[in-house]
Design a protein around this ligand. Structure first.
Ligand code: FES
Ligand code: FES
Length: 169
């Protein structure tokens, strides 16, 4: 099958690549871009480990063909930290022990980042509903919910970070 050319902006940086049209965005990010923070935890679009933000909306990147990402902006977990400094949502997960093995964490972070972009003060119910597409086998979810609440407090107190361009993924 012939290759197609895709142009995408990933974590603020534009790039274009020739790829097979049947390639999934999750595989493109990991295998072509090298953004391996995006995890693949299932092949049934259930787990949410592959969650990234595309044009301002959280998507499961294993459900998106790379051609569908053409011309779009994508934020991956690599785009959260700022010059080596953890973002507020990352700091909150760390401080509130919102992770154990960490496999689900990049997806949890991106789904939470998206929630806090559209709703700065989510209720516990809204947090749980927002994360209902992300599975965690370790934490029992409570600390993840606490982490999102804490991130919301940090953002209220200190404001949001500016978006930065990530040179290397
Ligand atoms: S790898 Fe995408 S939902 Fe599980
Ligand atoms: S921390 Fe292990 S799957 Fe969530």
């Amino acid at each position: 099958m012939g290759k197609i050319k895709v142009r995408v902006k990933i974590n603020g940086k534009e790039r274009s690549d020739e790829v097979e049209p049947r390639m999934l965005l999750a595989h493109y990010l990991r295998d072509v871009v090298g953004a391996t923070g995006t995890h693949i935890g299932c092949d049934t679009s259930n787990c949410g480990a592959c969650t990234v933000v595309m044009d301002g909306k959280a998507v499961k990147s294993c459900t998106v063909l790379v051609g569908q990402a053409n011309g779009r902006e994508i934020k991956t977990v690599e785009g959260l930290s700022q010059n080596g400094k953890l973002s507020k949502i990352q700091k909150a997960f760390l401080d509130k022990h919102g992770l154990q093995c960490g496999y689900c964490t990049s997806g949890m972070l991106m789904a939470s980042y998206w929630l806090l972009k559209k709703n700065k003060k989510p209720t516990e119910e809204e947090i749980r509903r927002n994360l209902s597409g992300n599975l965690c086998r370790c934490t029992g979810y409570q600390n993840i919910v606490e982490a999102v609440k804490y991130a919301s407090e940090l953002i209220e107190k200190e404001g949001e970070e500016e978006e930065v361009v990530v040179e290397s993924q």
